[in-house]
Every structure is written in C-alpha cells, then in structure tokens.
Design a protein around this ligand. Structure first.
Ligand SMILES: [Mn+2]
Length: 324
C-alpha cells in the first residue's frame, strides 16, 4: 500500500532480505544521489548481493573521482528480468527518475528512502527522515543497521554525498549528527581537502564564462530581499557551457548581502524554463516550488515552468514576493 511508512530497522531488513536490488537516481544526478547509492552498492556487493545503480543522465564530471563510480551503472533500457527491490534514493516523487520509470516495475517492491519534506510517499514502503542533511546520512545509518563495514570506498561516497548536499557543511540542514558521521568517515581515511577540491575547485572554462554572465546579469528586487539570475540558450551557446555546468550557480543569487531568496532561471533547449530557488532564513522555497509542480527542501528547491521566459519569471517572482 503506497504511503506506508517504515522505520530504519525495517528499511535495513528489507534491503538485506533482497538479493537483486535496483537503486534509482533522480534525473540530473547530484553528489547525494550518486554517493548514497554507491556506498550501498559497494557494501552490498561485498556480501554477494546483485546491486546496481539506474539513472538516465550522465554523472557530473566533478563526482567521477568516486571509487568505481561507473562500474555498476545500468542504463534503464538494460534492466531485465525480475528484481526483488526498486529502491529510490533522494527522489521526492516517482517521476524524479524521468525516462527510467518503465524499469521501476522490474522490481517486486518499491522502497522509497528520502529526506525531502515534499516527498509524496509514493513507495510500497517508505523510510523518510527530513532531519537528515543528505540521503548519504541515511545510507550511513543503513550500513550500521545492517552491520556492514564502512570501508574507504563507502566512507568517501557517503562523505561526498554530505559535502555536496550541505554545500560543505554550510547549509541549515547541517547538524551535530552530520559532523559526527563525517568525523567517523575521516577516521576511515577520507581526506576532506581532496573531496572539497574535486567538488568546489574543479571549474571548467565554460563554467567560468557562464558564471561571468550570471554575475554580470544578476537582478535585484527593489525590496533588496530577492535576487535572480537568468541564463538563456544564447548564454550556453556563446560560452560553450553545457547545462550541467550551471549547477549551483543559483547560490550566487542568495550570496548577496541582505538577500533572502535567490532564483536561477534557466532556459532549456526544449523550451520550458527550469527554476532553482534558494532561501536564507525565513521563506520556505520548497512550498513555493510546489505551487508550480516542483518541490525540494525549505531552503533549496526547484520547479519547471512553461515558457516564454518573461512570463515564467513574472509568475514565479510574484509567488516569491508573496512568500516574502
Ligand atoms: Mn539529497
């Protein structure tokens, strides 16, 4: 029955009881998607489970330092036969897997593990913990619960998921528990500077050019509380940047002094406008995104709007101003 909530112990037992497990990542996979699934797959393979990672989009270059990052990736079209479990990680709703949706039915049961408060609880069984800074924290707890060792490969995968989702332990989701887990991972040999350099000091010329345009074109609302950045298809074409290279640029809109909400509008080649939202202290941007069929966290969210660009901007900025 969809909507059935289970505990950490039950989630661990469900995974241990399965022999063939599909781990699904969301579209445009991030460090949390990849890191949390990779940690679980590494550990489960060591005890003889057939565990694979299913996604539709390429893994961002900055996460390709993770051990065996591509070894167990299975394109959704190649998911064949019967699987015991379709396990979703970091997916707020069923459709976050995008085109991979037909492969979900190859699993006998959907186990949904997530930390997004807007999660639609779509699984047959659902383990939700909205206090976790990253699904990587949940992967850590599952490994503990299953009594599986956290070796160097699991440790760096989990650490990366946490660093990615907390912006390097900076976001409000960061807790004492986040740091306790991170401390244990360092004891397993994770080198914080190496991970930070891979994620944060790994820019490409295209991304730097895109960042230049983003910063030059930043717009500030008369209230001084809202700022937004717009990236058009022309910006991508003229800088030679690819769409994944815009990842995280929204943070620059929020980084301005006094700004409560920062928004990035990105024109997609297909036409719709992708919006990313970040807030500082008061506005629940997860709820703002939800009004437009999107979702996410209180301080970080996203949604897709119909074009044209100016109309999408007016709609979303109006909703943000109302929330302010
Ligand atoms: Mn996450």
């Amino acid at each position: 029955v969809a909507g059935h909530l289970i505990s950490q112990q039950e989630a661990a037992a469900r995974i241990l009881g399965a022999q063939r497990i599909l781990f699904f990542m969301h579209v445009s996979p991030d460090g949390d998607s990849l890191g949390s699934s990779l940690a679980l797959v590494h550990a489960l393979r060591k005890i003889g489970r057939e565990a694979v990672i299913v996604g539709v989009d390429p893994i961002p270059r900055i996460y390709q330092f993770l051990p065996d990052w591509d070894r167990w990736l299975l394109p959704w079209e190649q998911v064949e036969g019967e699987w015991d479990l379709s396990c979703f990680l970091d997916c707020g709703d069923l459709h976050r897997v995008g085109a991979a949706l037909p492969a979900v039915a190859k699993g006998k049961l959907i186990l949904n593990i997530d930390h997004h408060p807007t999660n639609t609880v779509f699984g047959d069984e659902n383990w939700m913990d909205f206090s976790a800074a990253a699904v990587g924290e949940l992967a850590y707890r599952l490994l503990k619960e299953m009594n599986l060792p956290i070796g160097p490969a699991e440790a760096v995968s989990i650490y990366t998921s946490i660093v990615a989702d907390t912006g390097g332990f900076r976001y409000s989701s960061t807790t004492a528990q986040t740091h306790r887990i991170a401390a244990e991972l360092l004891e397993q040999g994770v080198e914080p500077y190496v991970v930070a350099a891979e994620i944060f000091e790994n820019e490409t010329p295209g991304r730097i050019a895109l960042l230049g345009r983003a910063l030059a074109g930043i717009q500030i609302d008369p209230s001084g509380k809202l700022a937004w950045i717009t990236l058009t298809q022309q910006d991508f074409q003229e800088t030679g940047a690819t769409e994944p290279e815009a990842e995280g640029l929204v943070n620059w809109a929020r980084a301005l002094n006094g700004i409560e909400v920062g928004v990035l509008f990105k024109e997609t080649p297909e036409g719709p406008i992708r919006a990313s939202l970040r807030s500082r202290f008061t506005v629940d941007v997860g709820q703002v995104a939800k009004q437009f069929g999107g979702g996410g966290h209180t301080r970080a969210s996203g949604c897709t709007l119909e074009g044209p660009l100016d109309q999408a901007q007016t709609q979303l900025l109006t909703a943000v101003r109302a929330a302010l």
